[in-house]
Design a protein around this ligand. Sequence first.
Ligand SMILES: O=CCCC(=O)O
Length: 488
Amino acid sequence: MDTRTSPLANLLDPSLLKTDALIGAGWVKGSARFDVTDPATGLKLVDVADLGVAETRDAIAAAQAALPAWRGRTAKDRGAILTKWFQLMVQHADDLARIMTAEQGKPLAESKGEVVYGASFIEWFAEEGKRVYGETIPATDPRKRYLVIKQAMGVCAAITPWNFPIAMITRKVGPALAAGCPVVVKPAGQTPLSALAIAELGRRAGLPDGVLNVVTAAKSAEIGKVMCESEVVRHLSFTGSTEVGRILAAQCAPTIKKLSLELGGNAPFIVFDDADLDSAVEGALASKYRNGGQTCVCANRLYVQDGVYDTFVQKLAAKVQAIKVGNGFEAGVTQGPMIDDNAIAKIERHVADAVSKGAKVLTGGKRLHDRFFEPTVLTEANADMLCAREETFGPVAPVFRFQTEEEVLRLANDTEFGLAAYFYSRDIGRVFRVGEGLESGMVGVNTGLISTAEVPFGGVKQSGLGREGSRHGIEDYVEIKYLCLGDI
Ligand SMILES: O=CCCC(=O)O
C-alpha cells in the first residue's frame, strides 16, 4: 500500500486494518495472498491471506473447540459481549466507513450508514438472545409433563456478499453468537477488510478464541464446499445469487444442514394513479439507486399506471440527473463506482438489450469511465427485455406502463423471485389487496426503504429460505428439543 495516496492511510486507528485471516486464537497470514483493489481507481489497496481447504477445516475445528464453553455461558453474558462489540463498531464508525468505501466504493456517508445499520443487528440480537423462550405443553397423561427447550444449533458457517460488507455479516453472526453458536465467516473476496476490521473489534469486545473466525480468500467456491460438506457445521447462511444458493443447498443435502438463504430478487415498484407522485419519486430514488443499484432489495422493474406515467418519469428523471457520480471519498458524491468490470458489462448488456427492443433512454444510459455508470431512466420498457427477468444490479430504472391493478399484479408476480416489492397508492382497499397479492417476502407500501434490524428480512419462491433480523432471525440458530418428564 502506498501510504501517501491510499484511502486507508488516514485511519484514526490503523490497527483496524487487518490483512490476515482470523482462525481460533490468532491471525493467519497464509501461504498465498490476493489483492484487494479500490473499485473507484482500480488501484491495489493491500494484499490479504488467500486461504483454502486446510485453513477452512482449521477454522471449523476452532469453532467446534469453542462451542461447549460459548454455548454454556448465559445469554446475558453473551449479550454483554455483543453489546460491547456493538458499541465499539459505533465508536469506530468513521474508520470502518473509510475501509468500506475504499474496498466497496459506496459514498462515505452511505458507508457510515451501513456501519450503524450493521452494528444495529449486533445490538438487537444481544437483547434477543435473552428471549429464546421454551414452552410447557399441557400433558395428556397426568403423570407426565411436556417441556420444550431451545438450544444452540452448533457450529455455523456464513458466506457473505460484497454489496453490504458489514451488515450482511452482522445479520448472520449476531443471532448465531447470541444463541450460543460459534461461526466461521467467508466474506466476499472484494471486501474482506471490513469483515476483518469488525472481527478485530469483536476480539476487543471479548469474543473468546474460536467463537468468530474469518476465512479470507479471493474466491468462495472451494471454501463453501468444505463448509457445506462438513459434518461439524450444522447451519449455513448465504446471501448471494439464486444460482450459487442452489449449488450450496445441493452440497448441504448429504449432511442435512439447516439453511438460511437470501438470494436473488427482481423487485417490482408499482405506482398507481392515486399515489402521491412526489413521494413515489422519492421512494423510487431511494429504492432503485441506493448503493448504486447494487442492493438485493433494489427496485428492478418500475411499473407506472398510464394516467401518471409521463409525469412520473419526468419527475424521476429530474431527480436522477441530480445524482452526483464519483469517487465515494469526494464530498457531495451520491453514487460511487460499480464493484467490478463484470457488473458494468451486465448493466451495459441490459441497457443495450432494452434499447434494441424499443426502450427510450430518458436520462443516462452509458458508462462514464472505468466502473462508473450514469444513473439511468429507460421508458417504454416491456416484458421481453432482459431487465424484466434478471436483476440488473446497477443504477438503471426501466419504467413499464400498465393499465389495471389486475394486470400489474400479474406482471409483478411473473418471476421466479420473491424478495421485495413496493407500491404506492392512497386507496386503503388497494393497499390490502395488492399488499396481500404480491408474491414476495417483504412489501414496502408508500416507502422505498424497508430494511431495519427489527423486521424479518427474507424472500419467498426462489429468493430464499428463512428470515434474518427481528425476533424470527434467531430461530434458524436454535434447535427445538422436547423433553417428556414421566412419573411425576
Ligand atoms: O443487499 C442486501 C440487503 C440490503 C438490506 O439489508 O437492505
